[in-house]
Design a protein around this ligand. Structure first.
Ligand code: BGC
Length: 744
């Protein structure tokens, strides 16, 4: 049976009933193929072939499955058996804005476009499956992967996760949505047991996966490293078999996170298809277990069938067609720019410092975050970008010849853990500790530049060594004496704008006092500097909204306030690298060391992010959904219609400014007199509306009544509680413009 024949057959079949059902249209043919396969050939498909592929069956014309990291750009080609670069020349990709930046657009259109860019570039590289999107909830401000993930809110995360998935898969590439599930910390990520109650699991942590699978037809899923309620995700009956396949109707295959498979029987019986990487669990031991009768060959057939469904849904790119042109394409670069333009969040703008005045003749750009590239680092999510416009380059280009731009580093960069031998020379721009105080000579140079300029743009924040996979941040304080620097700059020249370059929130208690204007600039991809300059100079109005809360201080945030994180167990370190090596060693007969599994208790329940701050009346620095513009938007009176299937809210939105601008309108719900416990309010609908200067549009926001249900732990089902609701319409979670009551 030839592969292409079968691929065509998909198109010829009657339309599928659900997005997942499109995977089963070839099942009869697939079963015939499985009947021709030997047990050994089948088992070869259940584990890695190389670091980024799993095997097909050449004898039967079944191609290998090729994977690529995700989620912000197709990762450079590695050597077959590791992550080291292979040294290719055509594998430079488009670096898209990172997860929290995409989420700050609050735009399903942007998520879809982003997905199409990723999906197309994957095809150019002959990749079948993108290891992404990464859609876990941002539970901890310090989370090492907060920047990869989308939002602290499940509705926002879920909509973007759905559209990213559709975008990728509409290009004929499969997503591998990750990390399923409750992967919210890097501390002890290889063994931590996330203990979360069923209602919170369903309403908060699973939502982004559920929509991508059910509505987006996600073809593959990556179980996370951690345990959930006692069992590793890669062998978690409840997550993989009961919920994912049983309830959500998932028809594709699961791929363990790299080094995240833990046993043969657990993985085989409880929902894993492919061990990545190594074969010590899903290789020869499977064959041996069938010989002893512990496992059946029909279980292997089922797993192979699930893999083949995806194999046949994704067209194979022949080796002589793949990798013949550069991965990064202009079309994707334009998408990266569009997303970046819509992601930038204006947190504060006192005295209208922004947009920069047309009279400015000299700008002092201070801070290494203006020049450091953000494409690489952070481990798996690093991208070898074809190019990256840094903030300084963006500003210089936009300033042209008429405005002078001077730059001073201001502070040292903290590059984090170093691999290999310690450097023998001292680099005056590199710090050896994250809390190293400001360097007097760099400070003096920066202050002199600030004094001499019309405006100061200070670039603060973190970097991709501080926020990275494999470890969580110790705290959210600004590193390397940045607070001292911004204070000194402000004293030298109060016409100052701070731009934060980070993926997650920082503690702004000091910085806020010395920054009349603050912009959250993210790690914003290949065109990040261009987009930032457009916003600073007022070519476009800022329109991003925060996808997470900036707490006043870390200790205010739920998991910290309740002592749930960090927990006391000092297991320490990142087990991934160790496990990965042990699994590879296991193939040569080595044994894997056992590790204790510290518990991470989620006693805050659904009170994640703003749900906590609002319910407990804890003040925040910048609220979820916050983001200013250069224009004012007027919200007209809202009318409400509550029908059986949906609650609708309609109102007029006017741009009262003199330039085009987008507003993200947000609709929250508060329960009145409910017998069930709820957060103070929850986001239930939102939209991004583009308006020309002076333009008015009628906007309708719709909440499907199904989205108002709660997970009833007594009946184990989604339940609608009839009663009163308050609808809160606004521009941010702390900027509610109108309220109305309705009944469901
Ligand atoms: C990460 C995954 C990534 C995989 C392969 C793991 O360390 O957790 O997100 O896809 O490596 O690079």
């Amino acid at each position: 049976m030839k592969f292409f024949g079968l691929a065509l057959l998909v198109a010829a079949c009657a339309g599928p009933k659900s997005p997942q059902d499109r995977l089963t249209v070839n099942d009869k043919q697939i079963d015939k193929i499985i009947a021709q396969m030997t047990l050994e050939e089948k088992v070869e498909m259940l584990h890695s072939k190389t670091n980024m592929s799993s095997a097909g069956v050449p004898r039967l014309g079944i191609a290998d499955m090729n994977y690529a990291d995700g989620p912000f750009g197709i990762r450079e080609e590695g050597v077959p058996n590791g992550f080291q670069p292979a040294g290719w020349t055509l594998d430079s990709a488009t670096y898209f804005p990172t997860g929290s930046a995409l989420a700050a657009t609050w735009s399903k259109e942007m998520a879809y476009l982003y997905g199409t860019g990723m999906g197309k570039e994957a095809r150019l590289r002959g990749k079948d499956v993108i290891l992404g999107p990464a859609v876990n909830i941002q539970r901890l401000p310090v989370g090492g992967r907060t920047y990869e993930y989308l939002s602290e809110d499940p509705a926002l995360s879920a909509l973007l996760s759905l559209y990213y998935t559709k975008g990728v898969q509409d290009q004929g590439t499969a997503v591998c949505i990750k990390h399923f599930a409750v992967n919210n910390q890097e501390t002890n990520r290889g063994s931590v047991d996330a203990q979360v109650d069923e209602r919170t699991l369903r309403e908060i942590y699973l939502k982004p996966f559920e929509r991508a699978v059910r509505e987006g037809g996600a073809m593959s899923v990556m179980p996370a490293y951690n345990k959930v309620n006692g069992n590793y995700c890669s062998e978690n009956e409840h997550l993989l078999n009961e919920i994912l396949r049983g309830e959500w109707g998932f028809k594709g295959f699961t791929v363990s996170d790299w080094g995240g498979t833990h046993s043969t029987m657990g993985a085989m019986l409880h929902g894993l298809n492919v061990q990545m990487t190594g074969s010590n669990y899903l290789g020869q031991p499977v064959i041996d277990s069938i010989a002893t009768g512990a496992l059946t060959e029909s279980l292997v057939d089922e797993k192979v069938r699930q893999i083949l469904r995806v194999r046949y849904a994704i067209e194979v790119i022949p080796a002589d067609v793949a990798n013949t042109q550069m991965t990064s394409q202009p079309e994707s670069q334009r998408i990266a720019l569009k997303v970046a333009e819509k992601s930038i969040v204006l947190l504060k703008n006192q005295g209208g410092v922004l947009p920069l005045s047309k009279d400015i003749k000299k700008i002092a750009v201070i801070g290494q975050n203006a020049v450091l590239k953000t494409q690489s680092g952070g481990v798996g999510a690093g991208v070898k970008a074809l190019y990256e416009i840094t903030p300084l380059q963006g500003i210089q280009k936009r300033a042209g010849n008429s405005i002078e731009v001077v730059y001073a580093p201001g502070y040292k960069n903290f590059p984090g853990r170093r691999w290999g031998p310690a450097p023998t020379t001292v680099d005056p721009l590199v710090a050896t500790a994250i809390d190293e105080p400001a360097d007097p000579s760099l400070l003096a140079e920066a202050v002199a530049a600030a004094r001499d300029a019309d405006v100061v743009i200070f670039f603060g924040g973190t970097n991709k060594s501080i926020e990275t996979e494999g470890s969580d941040r110790r705290d959210i304080k600004l590193p390397v004496g940045q607070e001292t620097v911004v204070q000194a700059l402000y004293e030298a020249n109060p016409n100052l704008v701070t731009v934060l370059i980070s993926g997650g929130p920082c503690d702004l208690q000091v910085l806020d006092q010395y920054s009349p204007a603050i912009v959250q600039g993210w790690w914003n991809g290949t065109e990040g500097g261009t987009a930032l300059a457009e916003v600073l100079f007022g070519d476009i109005a800022p329109s991003g909204k925060l996808p997470f809360t900036f707490p006043v201080k870390l200790e205010d945030s739920p998991a910290f306030a309740l002592g749930n994180f960090p927990n006391a167990d000092p297991t320490g370190g990142d087990l991934f690298t160790e496990r990965y090596r042990q699994d590879m060693a296991g193939q040569q007969g080595g044994r894997r060391a056992q590790r204790p599994s510290p518990e991470s208790k989620y006693t805050e329940g659904s009170l994640v992010g703003y749900r906590w701050f609002d319910t407990k009346n804890v003040p925040v620095m910048y609220a979820f959904g916050h983001g200013l513009s250069y224009v004012d938007f007027a919200y007209g009176p809202m009318t409400v219609s509550a029908k059986k299937k949906a609650v609708k809210v309609t109102f007029d939105l006017t741009n009262n400014g003199s330039m085009p601008a987008d507003e993200v309108v947000q609709l929250y719900v508060r329960r009145i007199g409910s017998k069930v416990e709820w957060p103070a309010k929850e986001l239930k609908a939102f939209d991004r509306i583009s308006l020309g200067a002076g333009e008015t549009k009628t906007v309708t926001l719709e909440i499907p009544v199904d989205d108002l249900r709660y997970w009833n732990v007594d009946t184990n089902s989604w339940t609608l509680e009839h009663g009163q609701l308050e609808l809160l319409l606004g521009s941010a979670s702390d900027d509610i413009r109108q309220k109305a009551e309705t009944k469901i």
